[in-house]
Design a protein around this ligand. Structure first.
Ligand SMILES: [Cu+2]
Length: 133
């Protein structure tokens, strides 16, 4: 009995601390918070002003943390202090994947993608800056 427990524990301790078994999203950009790792990629890949953009995301909880209750994505121009004119709709696609549609960056310049992952009464906010010409 004791012998089998001693055998199991080192295996558990050797597991990676972050995002074990996170589904692969080829070519994605990685952002992370204390609790989550989020990969995203856009469709089309090259962003253009005033064009609808879809965003594919994979959200993976770190070490033993719960799956997200909800995921949101938005865009914001920090230098102009305004967001998008459109609100993205995010749908869970299973296995930690989320598909967002309806984003549009309506002017050139610096935009921040803002990702919000809600779980256990807290929201983790992650951002990634992109430039639109
Ligand atoms: Cu602006």
């Amino acid at each position: 009995m004791l012998r089998s427990i001693a055998f199991i524990l080192p295996i558990a301790a050797a597991m990676p601390a972050a995002a074990q078994g996170c589904p692969d999203l080829a070519g994605a950009t990685k952002v992370e918070s204390d609790r989550y790792v989020l990969y995203y990629r856009t469709k089309p890949e090259k962003l253009a002003v005033s064009q609808h953009v879809a965003v594919e995301m994979v959200v993976c909880p770190k070490d033993g943390l719960p799956a997200p209750e909800s995921v949101r994505v938005d865009g914001f121009m920090p230098e102009h202090n305004h967001g998008m004119n459109y609100k993205a709709v995010v749908k869970p696609a299973g296995d930690g994947r989320y598909d967002a549609a309806g984003l549009m960056f309506h002017m050139p310049g610096r935009w921040d993608f803002i990702f919000e992952v809600r779980a256990g009464g807290k929201t983790d906010r992650m951002t990634h800056t992109v430039m639109l010409q």
